[in-house]
Design a protein around this ligand. Structure first.
Ligand SMILES: Cc1ncc(COP(=O)(O)O)c(C=O)c1O
Length: 351
């Protein structure tokens, strides 16, 4: 099977030109169709979607994987629903988790047990094992983010072992880690009972494409009931096809090596994730961003201390080269030891 020929893409390609007496209202029956006699159904898939999800589960090491067209947010809601549905009432969560975690806990009536995170050189550090252990003592489960937006990892093997020992489920928000399924030691699915892969962020899927997975049959059953609760009943087929394409996209080891060399050459912050290049500019961030954008180069974020450049297996060597040449022209500033702009502790109200 050619890489682009996923089950869903193939199904979309074999459709014949037809007159649309169905949604969507634009009436141009191309790839953007709805659930028709031949296009399967995300709620109870039996055709192309079922085959694609099966392949994804095999690739990701899951008992079952479910495609999402509503982002990792839908995966976070679905995972936390599994806790509530199995009688759990609380979950330990690092304080700089994504807002969807708090919103899902609010919706599900789960008590949030905050795990403190230190800020070091303007970057929230992953919580220490001891802090996790303390919080887990008064919670029924643990949800961690791995890797985080800055490319750092919690101590996954220790956390995995700890949750097993305590018989408490481990949920991992892998919104930024879907490219790591090639690297089992650092992949969420190696350790978690339930995890979400934000494939649209670090693999070539359309925006909103994600996958949520369960490791075992009992969790798979819970997760099926949960995704049925939160997923749209009008999924976008272009997004579904792109999720399958992204999960099957090959590893780009040459780029991974090049990115690691780039980090050393251009003084990026050391982290564990080749796909996240963090360049320290301190108060020169704004000027650096303006300069880069004037040259057509757009970073992922500017948090007031760092510009972050987000790679994927599709990043081209010559693009990295261009970035490097521009960075050489830019003066750096000192980073401040404050929490990054935009990172809001999960227990506080957003302004
Ligand atoms: C750590 C983390 N989790 C979850 C999400 C939600 O992902 P999505 O935007 O795909 O819904 C994000 C989004 O940025 C995130 O950074």
């Amino acid at each position: 099977m050619k890489r682009a020929d996923g089950h869903i893409a193939q199904m979309l390609r074999t459709q014949r030109k037809h007159v649309s007496f169905h949604t969507p209202g634009h009436k141009r029956a191309g790839a953007d169709i709805t659930e028709l006699s031949y296009s399967d159904n995300l709620y109870s898939p039996r055709g192309a979607i079922a085959e694609a999800e099966k392949d994804a589960a095999r690739i990701l090491g899951a008992r079952r994987s479910f495609f999402l067209t509503d982002g990792s947010t839908c995966g976070v809601f679905s995972m936390l629903r599994c806790l509530a549905a199995t009688g759990r009432t609380s979950v330990a969560v690092p304080v700089f988790s994504h807002p969807s975690v708090r919103h899902a806990c609010d919706a599900m009536g789960l008590k949030l047990v905050p795990i403190p995170q230190e800020t070091e050189y303007g970057i929230p550090r992953q919580p220490a094992r001891e802090a996790i252990l303390r919080a887990l003592g008064s919670a029924d489960a643990l949800l961690i983010t791995s890797p985080d937006y800055y490319g750092n990892f919690p101590p996954l093997p220790e956390i995995g072992a700890l949750c097993k020992e305590e018989k408490k489920p481990l949920l991992i928000d892998g919104a930024h880690g879907s490219h790591l399924h090639f690297d089992p030691a650092r992949y969420a699915g190696t350790y978690a009972d339930l995890w979400v892969d934000g494939v649209h962020k670090s693999l070539p899927a359309l925006t909103q494409g994600a996958v949520v997975s369960a490791k075992t049959q009992p969790w798979a059953e819970q997760l099926l009931a949960a995704v049925r609760m939160f997923r749209t009943t009008s999924p976008s087929y272009p997004i579904l096809a792109s999720v399958e394409y992204a999960v099957k996209y090959p590893r780009n080891e040459a780029l991974e090596r090049r990115a690691e060399a780039f980090k050393t050459q251009y003084g990026c912050v050391k982290n564990g994730d080749w796909s996240k290049l963090l360049v320290p500019f301190g108060k020169r961030c704004e000027a650096a961003q303006r300069f880069l954008e004037a040259h057509g180069v757009y970073p992922e974020f500017n948090d007031g201390n760092y510009l972050m450049f987000y790679l994927s297996p599709c990043t081209k060597g010559k693009e990295l080269e261009k970035l490097g040449k521009l960075l050489e022209k830019l003066p750096r500033g000192t980073v401040l030891n404050a929490a990054p702009a935009g990172a809001i502790p999960i227990y506080s109200e957003e302004p």
